[in-house]
Design a protein around this ligand. Structure first.
Ligand SMILES: Cc1cc2nc3c(=O)[nH]c(=O)nc-3n(C[C@H](O)[C@H](O)[C@H](O)COP(=O)(O)O)c2cc1C
Length: 404
C-alpha cells in the first residue's frame, strides 16, 4: 500500500471545534452519557459534605446499595418485530396526565445543592410535563414556588410537626397555592443515623469551620453563590441547627399513627399519597382507609438500616391493593431502564430523588434538564427495544429479577 503525507486542507475539517453557541457547562453536561456521569460531575462541583449529604444513605448504606442492586438484577424479555416507530411515554398520575412515567420526589434543603434550588427543579418538571413535590424541609416557600413556576403541577410533602397547628397551616397554604396532592411521608418517625453527615460534621445551615474554610478554596463558586444569595434556611420551619437527622427527631412528631389519616382528610381535600410504605400489611391498611396512592419507599435508603427493597416488594403490594390504590415506587433509580422495569413490575409510576439532585449540583437548571433528557431518552429506547409503544403495554411477562 502506498502512503502519503496528508494535506492540511484534508486535516482541518476533521478537527472538531466546540459549539460556541453553548456554554462550557452545557458542553460538559452533554458529554455526560448517563446519570452516573452526572453524579461524577456533581461530586467535582460541590463541597464534599454537600455531595455526601445528597449521595449518602443511613449507617452502612445497605438499604441504598440493595435498592440500586435490585435494578442491576433486572432482566428484560424483549419482543421483536413489532412496530415501535411511535412511542407514547405519557401516563396518568392521580387523575391527571403526566407526560413521563416519573415525578420529581420531595427533597429537603435543595438550595444547598445549588443556589437556584427548588424553582429550577420545578421549572424543568413543568417543561417536561411532570409533577414536582415540594418538601416541608424545602428552602423555597410554598408561595414562593407557586409564584416562580405557576404553570407546573405541584405536590406538597408533609412532615407532621409536634405542633399540629403548624402542619395544618402548611396544608392550608399548599391548598391555597394550587398544590393538588399531599404526600404524607411516614418513614421518618425519627431521623435516620447518617454516618457520612456525622463524619463530615455537616450541620444545617453549614457552619464556617476550619475545614469548611479550606473547602472554600476548592469550591469558591459554590461558596460565593451561597454567601451572596438568600441565606440558606428552611422556608417552612422556624428552626434549624444540628444535622438533618437531629432536626427530624426534634421537630417532627414520632407519635403519628394510622388514625391521623382522618385528621389529614379533615384538613386536605385533594389527593393523599402516603410515602414510605415498606410492607404489604401497611399497604392494605392504608388502601382500606381510602388513601389515593402509596409510595413504596425507604426514603432512598436514608432512614432504616437494612430496610427491604421497594422494587422487590412491589409485585406483592400491587397484587394486594393495586386494583384500588395507585402504587408508586422509589429508591435507587438511576436510569430510564430502571423506570421501565418498575412499571413492568406493576408500578403506576416512579419518583426520582438523587438523580435530579445530581443534575442540580452538576449544573443548576441545565443539569436538571440534562438528567430529565437522559431519563426520557432511556425510557423511550428501552420501551422500543422491548417492543412496546405505550406505558400500559408494560407487564410482568417482560421482566424478572435475576437471583442473587
Ligand atoms: C438529599 C435528599 C433529601 C430528601 N429529603 C426528603 C424530604 O424532605 N422529604 C421526603 O419525603 N423525602 C425526602 N427524600 C427522599 C426522596 O423523596 C426519595 O424518597 C428518595 O430520594 C428516592 O431515592 P433515590 O434518591 O435513590 O431516587 C430525600 C432524599 C434525598 C436524597
Amino acid at each position: 500500500m502506498q502512503r502519503r503525507l496528508p494535506r492540511p486542507s484534508e486535516i482541518l475539517p476533521l478537527i472538531g471545534t466546540p459549539d460556541r453557541s453553548k456554554s462550557r457547562l452545557q458542553r460538559r453536561l452533554e458529554r455526560c452519557a448517563s446519570v452516573g456521569d452526572i453524579r461524577e460531575l456533581a461530586r467535582r462541583s460541590t463541597p464534599k459534605s454537600v455531595f455526601d449529604y445528597t449521595d449518602g444513605g443511613s449507617m452502612s448504606e445497605t438499604s441504598l446499595d440493595r435498592s440500586r442492586d435490585a435494578y442491576r438484577r433486572v432482566e428484560f424479555t424483549p419482543r421483536v418485530m413489532r412496530d415501535v416507530s411511535q412511542v407514547d411515554m405519557s401516563t396518568n398520575f392521580l387523575g391527571k396526565p403526566n407526560a413521563l412515567p416519573f415525578a420529581f420526589a420531595p427533597t429537603g434543603f435543595t438550595r444547598m445543592m445549588h443556589h437556584v434550588g427548588e424553582p429550577a427543579v420545578a421549572q424543568v418538571a413543568a417543561g417536561a410535563g411532570i409533577a414536582y413535590a415540594l418538601s416541608t424541609l424545602g428552602t423555597t416557600s410554598i408561595e414562593g414556588l407557586a409564584t416562580a413556576v405557576p404553570h407546573g403541577r405541584r405536590w406538597f410533602q408533609l412532615y407532621v410537626s409536634r405542633d399540629r397547628t403548624q402542619a395544618e397551616d402548611l396544608m392550608r397554604r399548599a391548598r391555597d397555592n394550587g398544590y393538588d396532592s399531599l404526600i404524607l411521608t411516614v418513614d421518618t418517625a425519627v431521623g435516620g443515623i447518617r454516618w457520612r453527615e456525622v463524619r463530615n460534621g455537616l450541620t444545617i445551615p453549614p457552619q464556617l469551620t476550619l475545614s469548611t474554610i479550606l473547602d472554600m478554596s476548592r469550591h469558591p463558586k459554590w461558596w460565593a453563590n451561597v454567601l451572596t444569595t438568600e441565606p440558606l434556611t428552611f422556608a417552612s420551619l422556624s428552626t434549624s441547627g444540628g444535622t438533618v437527622g437531629d432536626l427530624l427527631t426534634r421537630v417532627f412528631d414520632p407519635g403519628v399513627t394510622i388514625a391521623d389519616i382522618a385528621w389529614i382528610n379533615d384538613n386536605w381535600d385533594g389527593a393523599v399519597i402516603v410515602k414510605g410504605v415498606q410492607s404489604v400489611a401497611d399497604a392494605v391498611i392504608l388502601s382500606e382507609l381510602g388513601v389515593d396512592a402509596i409510595v413504596l419507599s425507604n426514603h432512598g435508603g436514608r432512614q432504616i438500616e437494612k430496610g427491604n427493597v421497594p422494587l422487590e416488594l412491589l409485585p406483592s403490594v400491587v397484587d394486594a391493593v393495586g386494583d384500588r390504590t395507585e402504587v408508586y415506587v422509589d429508591g435507587g433509580i438511576m436510569s430510564g431502564a430502571d423506570i421501565v422495569a418498575a412499571l413492568a413490575f406493576g408500578a403506576t409510576g416512579t419518583l426520582i430523588g438523587r438523580a435530579y439532585l445530581y443534575g442540580l449540583m452538576a449544573g443548576g437548571i441545565d443539569g436538571v434538564q440534562r438528567v430529565a433528557d437522559i431519563l426520557t431518552k432511556e425510557i423511550k429506547v428501552t420501551m422500543q427495544l422491548l417492543g412496546v409503544t405505550s406505558v400500559d403495554q408494560l407487564d410482568a411477562s417482560m421482566v424478572r429479577l435475576r437471583p442473587y
